[in-house]
Design a protein around this ligand. Structure first.
Ligand code: IPD
Ligand code: CA
Length: 266
């Protein structure tokens, strides 16, 4: 496994697909499908960008597997699985709110690290509207446009700005509402930015203190999780018996992540 090669591919493709979705945004957005609810949309750009990323990976890393939010699922014979989200923050994309990203992670199997069983070793998240390229490879630090980034210094929970997100079904949102009532009274404020990948990168860059969400999928967090970890974050699940993942995903400075976990599990 050549991690620097994987990182180069992730960075190059995130920028290429990012420029493509931004250009397509300029021509308007066409909704082609919905998933878990009427608000869980798929746009033409989602499909076109995922196809572009998958075809480039297939050409340059033909032995690797690929798992994409919009349905790509190919099985290769190497140890690497690429987990990709062609547009994370699709609703922001629809409304032209500049907080949507391309998220690409080269992962290995690791049954203990995450509920999904995959851990990124190199990843990139690109926000084409702001031209921010966040990236990391394992044990090499996290970067934003070539500058190393780090978490903010930890502060007490009541001085923490914490991001979260909501799913698309009524049932999921009822559960998330309960969690919000536990967290909101105890923190500085809540941000619902609309892209889990971007939330994790903003945390990494010291623009948030913490992040939690119930229900996110591997493509939402695979790339951002490595970037946040390499910037100093601890990632937690709902309790010690559960790795971070769909059940619960908590991220922050170790002090912040533990405090959030206690609050959420209360
Ligand atoms: C969503 C975003 C959002 C999060 C949702 C995700 P999508 O992904 O990451 O911030 O709260 O849980 O589904 O639909 O924009 O690709
Ligand atoms: Ca997503």
């Amino acid at each position: 496994m050549n991690t620097s090669q994987l990182l180069e591919t992730a960075k190059t493709l995130a920028i290429e697909a990012g420029k493509l979705i931004l250009e397509m945004r300029g021509q308007g957005v066409s909704i082609t499908d919905t998933k878990s609810s009427v608000n869980d949309i798929v746009t033409k750009a989602d499909a076109v960008a995922e196809k572009l990323i998958a075809s480039r990976i297939a050409a340059t890393h033909p032995d690797d597997s690929i798992l994409g939010e919009e349905g790509t699922s190919t099985k290769g014979k190497s140890e690497i699985t690429w987990i990709i989200d062609p547009i994370d923050g699709t609703v922001n994309y629809l409304y032209n709110i500049p907080a949507y990203c391309v998220s690409i992670a080269a992962c290995v199997k690791d049954a203990n690290a995450f509920e999904s069983g995959y851990r990124a070793v190199a990843s990139a998240v690109y926000n084409p509207s702001t031209e921010e390229l966040f990236y990391a490879s394992e044990n090499s630090g996290a970067f934003l446009n070539n500058e190393q980034i780090q978490l903010r210094e930890p502060t007490p929970l009541n001085e923490n700005l914490v991001a979260t997100g909501f799913g698309y079904t009524q049932e999921r949102r009822q559960e998330q509402l309960v969690l919000l009532t536990r967290v909101l009274p105890s923190v500085r404020d809540i941000r619902r930015i609309g892209s889990a990948a971007y939330d994790l990168c903003l945390l990494a860059a010291g623009r948030l203190d913490g992040y939690f969400e119930k229900g996110i999928k591997p493509w939402d967090w695979a790339a951002g999780a490595l970037i946040a970890t390499e910037a100093g974050a601890l990632l937690l699940g709902i309790d010690e018996a559960n790795a971070p993942g769909e059940k619960m995903f908590i991220a922050g400075h170790p002090q912040t992540a533990s405090a959030l976990q206690k609050l959420i599990a209360a």
